[in-house]
Design a protein around this ligand. Structure first.
Ligand SMILES: Nc1ncnc2c1ncn2[C@@H]1O[C@H](COP(=O)(O)OP(=O)(O)OP(=O)(O)O)[C@@H](O)[C@H]1O
Ligand SMILES: [Mg+2]
Length: 247
């Protein structure tokens, strides 16, 4: 083992550094069959849904420190699994910093969150109907010059509380915190945040300063998803109930 490697890898590392509950661990997904992947996401959904209902959380921002940590994977698949189990769910792409292909906007005339927050579209205009049961979504829209201002607004706050009253669960995707503070701002407008930590990417010092920032901003962190773990390590480190919880 590399003695200089002090990155967070196991649920124990997360608990020690953050003190947050580890709600689930996702294995490396690449070579797994879709069935096995679904099992992993379903187990994650069960544990997140339990935490959401016991803490009365309807709107949940999915945040993480780095690019490519797996926020979109976690947010989208979590929303999908919640819908599959019968909940009425809304996935909002509040990562306004990723360009949507121009072709999509021109050909479909698609409007998104940025249009709504700029006053150019209504909720009806941007709410995409369910492809699966009651799984609705709101796309991000075109990249605005002032993403943070749009998100740090009364208009966005009102939208989040409005949809939280209409859906069983609202899951919000955000950009990496190293890219922009949007994730903190979005979390401040939701009932809680789900923190994604990709195994082997975050040094314990970084994690500690992140924890201070979250505490200072009084972000209620529902728990952590440890992403892309080495399965054997998780098995060894998990408690008797297993990290994936009961089905
Ligand atoms: N557990 C995993 N196993 C294998 N690949 C993964 C896993 N989680 C995420 N990935 C892959 O890593 C890449 C980044 O994932 P994703 O887009 O979900 O992250 P993100 O944090 O939303 O990234 P971005 O910073 O670009 O928004 C994708 O190619 C995704 O398929
Ligand atoms: Mg993403």
């Amino acid at each position: 083992m590399d003695v200089l490697d002090n990155t967070l890898k196991t649920p124990e590392d997360i608990k020690e550094t953050f003190g947050y509950k580890v709600l689930g661990a996702l294995p490396h997904l690449d070579r797994l069959s879709e069935d096995v992947r679904e099992d992993a996401f379903r187990a994650l959904k069960n544990s997140v849904r339990y935490a959401m209902s016991s803490k009365n959380v309807r709107s949940l921002a999915v945040i993480s420190p780095g690019r490519q940590d797996g926020r979109t994977t976690v947010a989208f698949r979590l929303a999908e699994e919640l819908a599959r189990s019968g909940s009425k769910v809304l996935y909002i792409n509040a990562d306004l910093r990723k360009p949507v292909p121009v072709k999509t906007i021109q050909e479909v005339g698609m409007k998104g969150l940025t249009d709504y927050l700029s006053g150019d579209a209504s909720l009806e205009d941007i709410l995409e109907p369910p492809g699966l049961r009651e799984f609705y979504s709101i796309p991000s829209g075109i990249v605005p010059p002032d993403a943070l201002t749009l998100l740090d607004s009364q208009c966005f706050m009102r939208l989040v509380s409005q949809v939280a009253g209409q859906f069983d669960g609202v899951i919000l995707d955000t950009p990496a915190l190293e890219e922009a503070p949007d994730g903190m701002v979005v979390s401040g407008k939701t009932d809680g945040a789900l923190l994604v930590i990709r195994s082997g990417r975050v040094k314990s010092r970084q994690a500690e300063s992140m924890k201070s920032a979250l505490e200072e901003a009084r972000i209620p962190v529902l728990g952590v998803v440890l992403n892309d773990t080495d399965g054997r390590m998780v098995h060894k480190a998990s408690d008797s109930r297993g990290l994936y919880g009961k089905r």
